[in-house]
Design a binder for this molecule. Structure first.
Ligand code: HEC
Ligand code: HEC
Length: 332
């Protein structure tokens, strides 16, 4: 009897030790990170222009970091741009931004990225902004919840990141406080495992290599993200389903699926490069629409992409293995 009791005590002690070990790992070691790099952006007019192009026509940061006007085609971001949007909470109806089912397990606020010192990123260093964008680490060393698509920005070149930072800093500061994230168990533990560090320098492929450059653009513009299936709970698109579409987006009462962009007949098989580029020129201004006619893809913002950039994306897509489209049940 005594021995059993002794063993039991030992077992409980061991279990407590293991739990303590896991807690120390999750809260003491995770998220994986390195100090924010000593990265200083030298602002030039060319850099600001590049940042304007990237933020407003390629990366579309404000499509998440602002409220959207869904009475207009492709839901343009509403001013004040970059000031954040109402938090996602349990009662949220259409979560949008591709987080599957309605309602969020906790509270997640898409934050103010204007240069306001108190409520935005005005007091952050360039390196801290860079680390948040590419490595998913907030200023205080906490993990950023991966609705922030830092995992799609990991390959963003130092040069392009500098342009984005220069542009963000040049915008008018808006005072708009968004509370910190508050995640329910087990999400509050899981999300700490996601962040990954990035080694510098990061360079973009040369533009003359249109296939490689197109792959790069498809990644940072999140074409790949919206047009590729993922396993639930994973952030990375599935490599063997790359660009085969079928990802559901719920808009009000309607579900819309992203298109297959591989060269399969159910995808872009019957399209030409000219048709592909022309598709982006159809709607260059927002106009009033019903929910039925609307699109989750921000065609109006993307319509500002250059022919060269869209052409590079096409050149890359044309090299993909043709896959048949499968409509998926859920987005995450
Ligand atoms: C798909 C939606 C989405 C897009 C696109 C997006 N973000 Fe975010 N971003 C988020 C969310 C959600 C958070 C908050 C994450 C959290 O609090 O855990 C966030 C947080 C941040 C933060 C940290 C702010 C803070 O106070 O901790 C920065 C900086 C940031 N984003 C910059 C950008 C930039 C720059 C871009 C464009 C290159 C961008 N984001 C694009 C969703 C997005
Ligand atoms: C926020 C998610 C999202 C992003 C980002 C996104 N798409 Fe889409 N895309 C969709 C959805 C949803 C549809 C289906 C609805 C529609 O056709 O508007 C679609 C449709 C398309 C179509 C088919 C249009 C047609 O006429 O049938 C093409 C081509 C396309 N996307 C290309 C791209 C490219 C290239 C990018 C990157 C520059 C991109 N998408 C980024 C969600 C997205």
């Amino acid at each position: 009897m005594r021995r059993i009791l002794k063993n039991l005590v030992a077992l409980v002690a061991l279990a407590m030790l293991v739990i303590a070990g896991v807690l120390v790992y999750v809260y003491g070691v995770l998220p994986r990170q390195q100090p924010a790099p000593d990265f200083r952006v030298e602002v030039t007019p060319e850099l600001l222009e590049r940042g304007d192009y990237l933020v407003n026509h390629v990366l579309l940061c404000n499509d998440c970091h602002s409220e959207r006007d869904w009475t207009l085609y492709s839901g343009p971001a509403k001013p004040p741009l970059g000031a954040g949007r109402p938090c996602l909470v349990k009662e949220s109806k259409a979560v949008g931004i591709n987080f599957g089912t309605p309602g969020f397990p906790g509270r997640l606020c898409i934050r103010n990225i204007t240069p306001d010192v108190e409520t935005g990123i005005g007091a952050w260093t360039d390196g801290e902004i860079l680390r948040a964008m590419r490595e998913g680490i907030s200023r205080d060393g906490e993990a950023l919840f991966p609705i922030m698509p830092w995992f799609m920005y990991q390959e963003m070149s130092d040069e392009d990141a500098a342009a984005v930072i220069a542009y963000l800093r040049a915008q008018p500061p808006v005072r708009s406080f968004r509370p910190d994230r508050q995640l329910d168990f087990p999400l509050n533990i899981i999300y700490r495992f996601y962040p990954r560090t990035v080694d510098m320098p990061v360079r973009a492929p040369p533009r003359s290599d249109t296939v490689a450059y197109g792959r790069y653009l498809g990644e940072i513009a999140r074409c790949e993200f919206c047009h590729t299936a993922r396993v639930r709970g994973r952030v990375d698109p599935l490599p063997d389903r790359l660009y085969s579409g079928g990802v559901p987006f719920t808009m009000g009462t309607r579900t819309q699926y992203s298109m297959n962009l591989t060269p399969h007949p159910t995808g872009l098989g019957n399209w030409t490069k000219e048709m592909f580029i022309a598709r982006f020129r159809v709607h260059t201004e927002p106009f009033p629409v019903t929910e039925e006619q609307n699109s989750e893809m921000d065609w109006v913002a993307f319509s500002g992409m250059t022919d060269a950039d869209l052409g590079a994306i096409w050149d890359y897509l044309a090299t993909l293995p043709p896959l048949e489209s499968k409509l998926l049940d859920r987005a995450d």
